[in-house]
Design a protein around this ligand. Structure first.
Ligand SMILES: *[C@@H]1O[C@H](CO)[C@@H](O)[C@H](O)[C@H]1NC(C)=O
Ligand SMILES: *[C@@H]1O[C@H](CO)[C@@H](O)[C@H](O)[C@H]1NC(C)=O
Ligand SMILES: *[C@@H]1O[C@H](CO)[C@@H](O)[C@H](O)[C@H]1NC(C)=O
Ligand SMILES: *[C@@H]1O[C@H](CO)[C@@H](O)[C@H](O)[C@H]1NC(C)=O
Ligand SMILES: *[C@@H]1O[C@H](CO)[C@@H](O)[C@H](O)[C@H]1NC(C)=O
Length: 375
């Protein structure tokens, strides 16, 4: 309709037209067709006004020269709009296909990030940021990949992690520590892997880690300490691979582990200082440890049956000071220990006989005792 309106416009004399600059042309990337037509009409009329110094009334002249001139101008306007739109579209298509990259580190001043970034090539360090709350994290809501580390530490106002909903991968390190008010990690629903470490510590208000339900792969260490309200790790239901150390330490209410797919731990396994832990359910996929096995200071740990598949430990085995642990026969598959075996300070009735019978290779000292005194 606007188009017809323009075509029906009478004519005006146009001379010495100044070029239309791309900067003066409105971006049409987000416009509808009718808005684009309006832009064409108003821009053309504006330019005719500027370049002819004529009255609006004379723009509507039907003189042939004016009509021809107006047509040239119109072609130029449309051409410019197409060129601008093409640039915009090209950028949009490029971003859709290959991502919108931000190169550089991001710290507390998250406003350095343009909207719509999908990849951060750098580190994100949100540590002790004054007034950082969930709303500030929405700038990350399109980010899918952080090549370096993501460290979120000591932000007292932070209650949720909403804002990382599209994040699937972190390069070197995902660290979330020292938050008293953080109640869940639900913002990490798409987080699938890190080639680096996963480190969760001192999250005293966290009652579940269901937010990590897509995580399958931790390339380096997995470390969980002082999550005092957490009762199990069932939130790590998809976690299958830990490239290096596995350590869980001082999680006060942890009663069971509850992994379902974990089948690889590249280096050591440490389960230490738990008041309520009853078993190690969920570790039955582990057959080999690249380094030490340490199970120590777990006040109520009554069985380690889910270590029944563990056959090779390329380091020390230390099972010590677990006063309720009565049965080590669950380690019956263990046939190789590269270094020393120390089993002591557990329940007075700890049965270690079947452990002794299957161990074929063991390092220099072997100390399977009820009390630790002679070890
Ligand atoms: C001519 O029309 C344009 C666009 O409608 C308007 O912005 C401008 O003020 C008018 N100029 C005069 C002198 O009336
Ligand atoms: C539009 O882009 C083409 C190709 O780059 C160029 O030849 C033409 O001059 C441009 N038109 C305008 C009005 O900028
Ligand atoms: C978080 O957002 C609020 C409100 O926009 C702002 O005042 C505050 O400075 C932001 N904090 C950070 C760390 O960016
Ligand atoms: C994340 O980005 C890095 C490079 O920036 C790339 O090497 C890596 O493959 C990406 N990861 C995923 C899962 O897309
Ligand atoms: C995962 O990302 C998609 C978009 O890529 C989004 O629609 C979905 O809500 C996200 N899932 C979660 C659990 O956040």
């Amino acid at each position: 309709m606007l188009w017809l309106q323009l075509a029906a416009l009478p004519l005006v004399l146009v001379t010495a037209i100044s070029p239309i600059t791309t900067t003066s042309m409105p971006s049409t990337s987000a416009l509808t067709t009718s808005e684009t037509l309006t832009t064409i009409v108003t821009t053309t009329v504006d330019y005719m006004n500027q370049n002819c110094a004529c009255t609006n009334a004379s723009l509507f002249s039907d003189n042939e020269r004016i009509a021809a001139c107006r047509k040239d101008l119109l072609v130029d306007v449309i051409d410019t709009i197409i060129n601008n739109t093409f640039e915009d579209r090209l950028v949009q298509l490029e971003r859709a296909a290959f991502g919108y990259f931000y190169y550089g580190d991001v710290d507390c001043d998250v406003s350095v990030l343009p909207e719509g970034i999908t990849h951060i090539v750098g580190n994100v360090n949100l540590e002790s940021c004054t007034s950082l709350d969930t709303a500030n994290l929405t700038i990350f809501s399109t980010v899918r990949n952080i090549s370096g580390e993501l460290s979120i530490k000591g932000n007292d106002a932070l209650t949720t992690m909403d804002g990382f909903n599209e994040l699937t991968a972190v390069g070197t390190y995902l660290q979330i520590t020292d938050h008293d008010a953080l109640a869940d990690l639900d913002g990490f629903g798409n987080f699938t892997r890190t080639e680096g470490k996963l480190y969760l510590k001192a999250l005293g208000a966290l009652t579940n880690i269901d937010g990590f339900s897509s995580l399958t792969h931790v390339g380096d260490d997995f470390y969980i300490k002082d999550l005092d309200l957490l009762t199990d790790f069932s939130g790590f239901a998809e976690l299958a691979y830990i490239g290096a150390k596995f350590e869980i330490n001082s999680n006060d209410l942890l009663t069971t582990l509850g992994f379902t797919k974990l089948n690889h731990i590249g280096k050591s396994m440490t389960i230490q200082n738990h008041d309520e832990l009853l078993n190690v359910d969920g570790l039955d996929g582990i057959t080999t440890l690249g380094s030490d096995l340490t199970i120590k200071g777990n006040e109520k740990l009554a069985n380690i049956n889910d270590l029944g598949e563990l056959s090779e430990v390329y380091g020390n085995v230390e099972i010590k000071s677990n006063p309720e642990l009565t049965d080590a026969s669950s380690l019956s598959a263990l046939n190789t220990v590269e270094d020393d075996v120390l089993i002591c300070g557990n329940s007075g009735s700890l049965d270690t006989t079947s452990l002794g019978s299957t161990l074929a290779t063991v390092g220099s000292s072997r100390c399977i005792e009820i009390s630790c005194s002679s070890c």
